[in-house]
Write a protein that binds this ligand. Structure first.
Ligand SMILES: NC(=O)c1ccc[n+]([C@@H]2O[C@H](COP(=O)([O-])OP(=O)(O)OC[C@H]3O[C@@H](n4cnc5c(N)ncnc54)[C@H](OP(=O)(O)O)[C@@H]3O)[C@@H](O)[C@H]2O)c1
Length: 167
């Protein structure tokens, strides 16, 4: 089973504030849905609470040490057990979907990264640990322009990149 990470981050590696996303980019959300649909998605308890419900057409796995429970969600307090659960369910690509805590903990296990680099620079309280790309190969790249409405930025420009870990 491959382990993949999917994340959108700003110019300073920022990913969230007050347990919310920092921007609204509908094309990025659509992309996230397309890539993760049909798969197991693994997240921290805070990210689950930020989303608020299990995402349709995906199997939600939540990591928690505080006894969190929710209908339609598989909760684990042990990372290895959560990975084994996905593998034993026949999953071929498990997606790590955040947040900061989980990205950092799971990074050593990640084989593939789906990254959205957002042209955003602002206040945040959750950050991705800086990635050293020298051990990764870029396999896909697409650029998206900002959406401007009434001379205001409705959604910022962003670049979507896929990276695979070098052997
Ligand atoms: N930009 C993006 O792509 C993106 C994606 C996802 C999330 N985010 C943002 O990231 C932020 C949330 O990140 P965060 O770091 O604060 O929280 P988080 O990683 O979502 O969740 C942390 C929680 O996960 C549980 N946990 C962590 N490691 C564990 C382990 N080894 N074993 C068992 N449970 C474990 C703990 O839950 P308990 O406290 O219940 O024990 C911990 O408090 C939000 O702002 C969110 O919007 C951004």
């Amino acid at each position: 089973m491959k382990i993949s990470m999917i994340v959108a981050y700003g110019k300073n590696w920022e990913i969230g504030l007050d347990n919310q996303m920092l921007w609204h980019i509908s094309e990025d959300f659509k992309n996230f849905k397309t890539i993760t649909s049909g798969h197991h998605i693994l997240m921290g308890r805070k990210t689950f609470e930020s989303i608020g419900k299990p995402l349709p057409n995906r199997t939600s796995i939540v990591l928690s040490n505080s006894g969190f429970e929710c209908d339609g969600v598989y909760t684990f307090n042990d990372i290895q057990e959560s990975i084994n659960f996905a593998r034993e369910s026949g999953e071929e690509e498990l997606f790590i979907i955040g947040g900061a805590n989980i990205y950092e903990t799971m990074f050593p296990y990640v084989d593939k990264m789906y990254l959205s680099e957002v042209n955003f620079d602002g206040k945040a309280d959750a950050f991705l640990k800086k990635i050293d790309f020298s051990t990764w190969d870029l396999t896909e790249k697409k650029e998206y322009d900002a959406i401007i409405v009434d001379e205001k930025i409705k959604s910022p420009a962003w670049k979507f990149k896929v990276w695979i870990k070098k052997d």
